[in-house]
Design a protein around this ligand. Structure first.
Ligand code: CP
Length: 306
């Protein structure tokens, strides 16, 4: 593995290795007075974000620092991208400064792949358009493994704005590869046209689709990727596809409620559900740091300095 671009191209063995190393990272750092390992001392990780982020950017930064790497945060909004500099020239500039890894978030699907053609270091996709968000899916799988004991044989409903969701796409490929049954549920207007080629069941009735699930993953309605004329109203959307307390009671007792964040509280998820003990939302954020430590470590050392 030189780069991490999508979960579709990961083998099952590679995905399981990342989840195993994630567990080791969590164990190695949790409870230490100084939660730091020396594995990436002398390496430089650049966070190259062309789209907004709270969780992913700070989590990659925390992960790199916990591995003792130097971290450079590059925000496109305050860079020479604003003067018209291209992605290629930006990449070559970072390369000239000696970046060992570049973590990129970009609105264009395929931008991380293009970056691999211009720089020598590892490229980690932190979200490209509606295409892929591999570390989110890995942290979701890790959370399921911790909470449910396994991913294999579990049934997961992914609900809502599938059309615009790179989180849904990355989870479909990863969870199905790890042996889970994936159900996609949402309004027909928010399901992709090529969904027939995906390894999933498709449903339109949320109440029916919640029966027998082990995990339900609610997705944010991504208004910023929609034409204003197609915005669903919050009340109408919540009535048909929101997870409220009544729907929470339809879930089996052991089932968990997931959300990648950021949330539209009161739209795809009721505030009381988001804050309930069944929700794993903040746990997913914590697990994101361990997953990103594992991925940075594996890509930059080939697993050789453990
Ligand atoms: N889940 C996720 O990608 O969140 P951010 O947009 O805050 O990084």
């Amino acid at each position: 593995m030189k780069h991490l671009l999508t979960t579709k191209e990961l083998t099952r063995d590679e995905a399981e290795l990342i989840l195993d190393v994630t567990e080791q990272m969590a164990e190695a750092v949790t409870g230490r007075e100084v939660p730091k390992l020396p594995a990436l001392r002398g390496r430089t990780v650049v966070n190259l974000f062309f789209e907004d982020s709270t969780r992913t950017r700070t989590s990659f930064e925390t992960a790199a620092k916990r591995l003792s790497a130097d971290v450079v945060n590059f925000a496109a909004k305050t860079s020479s991208v604003n003067k018209g500099e291209s992605l290629r020239d930006t990449a070559l500039t970072l390369q000239a400064m000696g970046a060992d890894a570049v973590v990129i978030r970009h609105p264009a699907a395929g931008a991380p792949q293009r970056l691999t053609e211009w720089i020598d270091g590892a490229v980690l996709n932190a979200g490209d358009g509606t295409h892929a968000h591999p570390t989110q899916a890995l942290l979701d799988a890790f959370t399921m493994k911790k909470r449910l004991g396994s991913v294999e044989g579990r049934t997961v409903a992914i609900v809502g704005d599938i059309l615009h969701s790179r989180v849904a796409r990355s989870n479909v490929w990863l969870l199905s590869k790890l042996g889970a049954n994936v159900r996609l549920v949402g309004p027909p207007t928010l399901l992709p046209k090529d969904i027939g080629d995906w390894p999933v069941e498709v449903g339109y009735d949320l109440d029916a689709s919640l029966k027998g699930v082990d995990a339900v993953m609610m997705l944010r309605v991504q208004r910023e990727r929609m034409h204003a004329a197609f915005f669903p109203t919050a009340n109408e959307y919540a009535r048909l596809y929101g997870l409220d307390e009544r729907r929470l009671r339809l879930l089996p007792d052991h089932a968990i409620v997931m959300h990648p964040g950021p949330m539209n509280r009161g739209m795809e998820i009721a505030a009381t559900v988001a804050d309930s003990p069944r929700a794993t939302i903040t746990e997913q954020v914590t697990n994101g740091v361990w997953v990103r430590m594992a991925v940075l470590y594996l890509l930059l050392t080939n697993g050789e300095t453990r």
